[in-house]
Design a protein around this ligand. Structure first.
Ligand code: NAD
Length: 481
């Protein structure tokens, strides 16, 4: 028996089977989600394909629908946030913010104009470049921001004239299933479908013959599989993948200020953010002050069940990720690192890990070189800026990074040398619907958000209207003219 339902063709489909969803605050299954069968996935793609025939024709209606979706999300925040907290672990206030942000993304894309570009208007021809929908989109999301990252895809995909089948992570399917069930009131049947299941369901989606585009957010390892699976059919892909963001503190930074801000950006969502700060480089002259500042922040932050109003950080989301953070911290400690605070899991039920600051550590240690995606932060000393930029870039990751210093122009100069999709100066994690987000290197392919993100859900079409009577103006290349 499933407690939540899939939406296919605007309706509930009966679940033949279901899987348990665990509350990470106590490690116990608290609800069940439907296990989508292959036939049901076919039905979801079929209904998306049928719905797209009309959906692509009326841009004004699409914008109106996506605006109405925002209103439903705002009105449902109180219903959705507790579900999100129960399955993801994040504090209720953060869960509520996530639902509100999803509504804001809908509003932004519903209002984002994409006028055609006229590239020729003379006696020969009138030529404009327009955007056309791609078709049906297969969207796959991770467990860290299940609702928001779903709407990063849904809002632009629908505005651009596509229809969509979405699969949330098996660790956090419930808030997405419920959100889309609530949206049935305002979205035409078939336009927005949601299915739930394990990783195999994701693989079925990316190799399915109907979708023309895969929009994926998740790990690098899975992203590579998605790219391979989409390639034989030449499906368009957007891949938003993992990061190992460096923060570089310059020697004119104020240690107290940067410690607070870097802590907030490293431990947001308990460190489970693709673009969280995951390694901090500090000049030797400021090292002990910044280390002390970060340690003090980590020691005082309140960790607990997300339903408790004073909890600032919840548990790690799931057992495999909990094991991974434990393993990476233990590996660092066994290689000579010291935890100035934390360093271990908390005794008792749930996947709680003490916020951890690591010193006596350098590049070459797994937790510095790999993506920890959890509440443990290595703090690494450096001597000169050129060398630290090289170390920051010496990785397959390239999602984002930040540089901190009193002289913002100097910091911006250093930031300009970072090989990553977002370079922040004196901040980190500042994101919004209009700001493009994507990764260099293995951190991704393509962009989400802003007009660039909207464009990724469309194909360019050149519309060339001849003004020559005999139609023999075959371009400026000159072969026929
Ligand atoms: P994951 O790759 O394990 O899973 C992501 C999704 O892919 C899930 O829905 C999963 O069921 C599905 N999946 C698994 N195998 C698949 C396959 N073979 N084919 C198709 N789909 C498949 O990632 P995760 O553990 O859920 O999320 C954490 C990762 O996501 C981290 O690396 C994090 O950095 C990254 N992430 C990136 C961004 C970004 O925007 N760049 C945002 C959030 C998270």
């Amino acid at each position: 028996m499933s407690d939540f339902v899939m939406t296919i063709g605007g309706d509930t489909v009966p679940a033949a089977d279901s899987f348990g969803v665990v509350n990470p605050a106590n490690g116990e299954v608290f609800a069940h989600a439907p296990e989508c069968t292959r036939d049901q996935l076919d039905a979801a793609f079929d209904s998306a394909a049928k719905a797209q025939r009309d959906w692509k024709l009326d841009e004004a209606a699409r914008r109106k629908t996506v605006l109405a979706m925002a209103d439903v999300l705002f009105a449902s925040a109180e219903e959705l946030a507790p579900i999100l907290t129960a399955e993801q672990g994040k504090p209720l206030a953060d869960a509520t913010m996530e639902v509100f942000a999803s509504g804001m993304w809908c509003q932004y894309f519903a209002n984002l104009e994409t006028p055609p570009q006229v590239i020729q208007d003379d006696e020969q021809a009138y030529v404009e470049v327009v955007r056309r929908p791609i078709g049906v989109v297969a969207a796959i999301t991770p467990w860290n921001f299940p609702v928001l990252l779903g709407f990063w895809k849904i809002a632009p995909a629908l505005v651009a004239g596509n229809t969509l089948v979405l699969k949330p992570s098996p660790f956090t399917p419930l808030s997405t299933l419920k959100a889309i069930e609530l949206l049935r009131d305002v979205v035409p049947p078939g336009v927005l479908n949601v299915v739930s299941g394990g990783d195999q369901l994701g693989a079925w989606m990316t190799s399915h013959s109907v979708p023309r585009k895969v929009s994926f957010t998740g790990s690098i390892e899975t992203g590579k599989k998605v790219a391979q699976s989409a390639a034989p059919d030449l499906k368009r892909v957007t891949l938003e993948l993992g990061g190992n963001d460096p923060a570089i503190v310059l020697d004119d930074a104020d240690p107290a200020t940067v410690s607070r801000a870097i802590f907030a950006a490293a431990f947001n969502n308990n460190g489970q953010v693709c673009s969280a700060i995951k390694r901090v480089y500090v000049p030797e002259s400021l090292y002990s002050e910044v280390l002390d500042g970060l340690t003090a922040e980590a020691a005082k932050v309140k960790v607990g069940d997300g339903t408790q109003p004073d909890s600032k950080l919840g548990p790690i989301n799931n057992a495999p990720q909990f094991e991974r953070v434990k393993e990476l911290v233990a590996d660092a400690l066994s290689h000579g690192a010291t935890a100035t605070t934390g360093g271990a899991a908390r005794e008792g039920a749930g996947y709680f890990f003490e916020p951890t600051i690591l010193t006596d550590i350098n590049d070459g240690t797994r937790i510095v070189d790999e993506e920890q995606f959890g509440p443990a932060l290595p703090v690494i000393p450096y001597r000169n800026v050129e060398e630290v930029v090289e170390r920051a870039n010496a990785t397959h990751f390239g999602l984002s990074g930040s540089v901190w210093g009193a002289d913002a122009d100097r910091a911006a100069g250093v930031a300009s040398q970072l090989e990553c999709g977002t370079a922040w100066i004196n901040t980190h994690l500042a994101l919004g619907p209009s700001q493009p987000f994507g990764g260099f290197k293995w951190s991704g392919i393509g962009i989400e958000n802003g007009p660039w993100g909207l464009a990724e859900f469309s194909e360019i079409q050149a519309v060339h209207r001849s003004r020559v009577a005999d139609g023999m103006n075959m371009g400026t290349a000159g072969i026929y003219s």
